[in-house]
Write a protein that binds this ligand. Structure first.
Ligand SMILES: *Cc1c(COP(=O)(O)O)cnc(C)c1O
Length: 393
């Protein structure tokens, strides 16, 4: 049997071998293994590597290195942003606005904060997955302290117009946090052009290792945060814990490569996406979710009416795909994102996320099209739901 095809790059990516080499240089006795907090030559060498990495990550998003706080990933960065603002100053307000299509790493933090008395408004996006500035303006209250809206949606691939949303938050003196875990290497990220106050990043969605990320925290005007983790005072007291030099250096190299290869990769992946869609077009009743243009080409969300996505995934056991987000598919709940944009139950049960990446080939796409078309046709032939659907369509 041939090797399985990986089309789940939105869940995680393999580490680029160039990044892996970088990781290895900061682990062993003959590498830079010192504690960046130590006051000797081993520590200084590590601290210097960490600061170089901070400059690289800051440069990738147009920030000042002093605005970067290392975290264990985007989940922790989201926690630090939302809890950090909400708990920093109770006089600043007790209301947060977010969207129903956010990642669980924002929604679950909001749910926790609501137990602590913070009021949360969950915006319903438009059917194309986008939040309009008008919706946001209407949701603002006198004590709104923070708005949290993601950049690239991990299930739909739609790209929010963050600059338009930040024009609203700025005009009202409200902070804006953006979960940009899917953005690096896929779309340009500039914190000043976007007008954000806080921005979450992680390495493993962009060919870096799992377990490292960063939170951008604006200095002018200054964003005040309550730290979540206390200890040795690292990261200006915002995030204690010995800095993982190898992870940090690897994240910087991840960002550098992602930015250098972003344009070429996007063109190549857009062509693969077209090829995939053209191949699937032989099937009737295939619905694509999310805005058609304001999106990255890397993530497709499609429904094949009349079948069960779980059955399709079982049938395609040599192709790695996702029904719903990876973290929530264990509970077999239909995607909260597709629900939030009003996808009907038949389509919801039949939706699959296909995500392409750096190592996807034309052969991968052609194989997937052949297998998928055959499997959808087979399942539809067996499905009373499809017979009904086809009669009424
Ligand atoms: C993957 C992802 C996260 C979680 O990031 P981790 O680094 O795995 O904690 C958060 N938000 C979005 C949009 C993601 O895609």
């Amino acid at each position: 049997m041939s090797a399985p095809v990986y089309l789940d790059y939105a869940a995680t990516t393999p580490v680029d071998t160039r990044v892996a080499e970088c990781l290895a240089a900061y682990l062993t006795r003959d590498g830079v293994f010192g504690n960046p907090g130590s006051e000797h030559r081993f520590g200084w060498a590590a601290a210097e590597a960490v600061e170089r990495a901070r400059q690289q990550v800051a440069a990738t998003i147009g920030a000042d290195p002093r605005e970067i706080v290392w975290t264990s990933g985007a989940t922790e960065a989201n926690n630090l942003a939302l809890q950090g603002v909400a708990l920093a100053d109770s006089n600043r307000g007790r209301h947060i606005i977010t969207a129903k299509t956010e990642h669980k790493a924002v929604l679950d933090v909001c749910r926790q904060l609501s137990r602590q008395g913070v009021r949360i408004t969950y915006l319903d996006p438009q059917p194309d997955g986008l939040i309009t500035p008008e919706q946001l303006t209407e949701a603002l209250e006198h004590d709104t302290c923070l708005v949290s809206i993601m950049h690239v949606n991990n299930e739909l691939g739609v790209v929010q117009d963050i600059a338009a949303l930040s024009a609203v938050t700025r005009a009202h003196g409200v902070l804006l946090h953006v979960d940009a875990a899917q953005s690096i290497g896929r779309v340009p990220v500039d914190v000043n052009a976007l007008g954000v106050d806080l921005l979450s990043l992680c390495a493993h969605k962009a060919y870096g290792p799992k377990g490292i990320g960063a939170l951008y925290v604006r200095r002018r005007p200054r964003v005040r945060l309550q730290p979540l983790i206390h200890g040795g005072g690292q990261e200006r007291g915002l995030r204690a814990g010995t800095l993982p030099t190898q992870q940090i250096v690897a994240m910087a190299e991840t960002c550098r490569l992602a930015e250098a290869e972003r344009l070429g990769e996007t063109v190549r992946i857009a062509a693969l996406r077209q090829r995939l869609l053209a191949g699937l077009a032989v099937l009737p009743e295939v619905q694509l979710h999310g805005h058609a243009e304001q999106r990255v080409p890397h993530i497709l969300n499609v429904s094949f009416a009349g079948i069960d996505a779980e059955a399709l995934l079982l049938g395609l056991d040599d192709i790695a795909l996702s029904s719903g987000a990876a973290c929530s598919s264990a509970d077999r709940e239909p995607s909260h994102v597709l629900k939030a944009i009003g996808v009907d139950p038949i389509q919801l049960a039949a939706s699959v996320r296909i995500s392409l990446g750096r190592f996807t080939t034309v052969e991968d796409i052609d194989y997937t099209v052949t297998r998928m078309v055959a499997e959808v046709e087979r399942l539809r032939d067996l499905s009373p739901l499809w017979t009904d659907y086809a009669v009424h369509a």
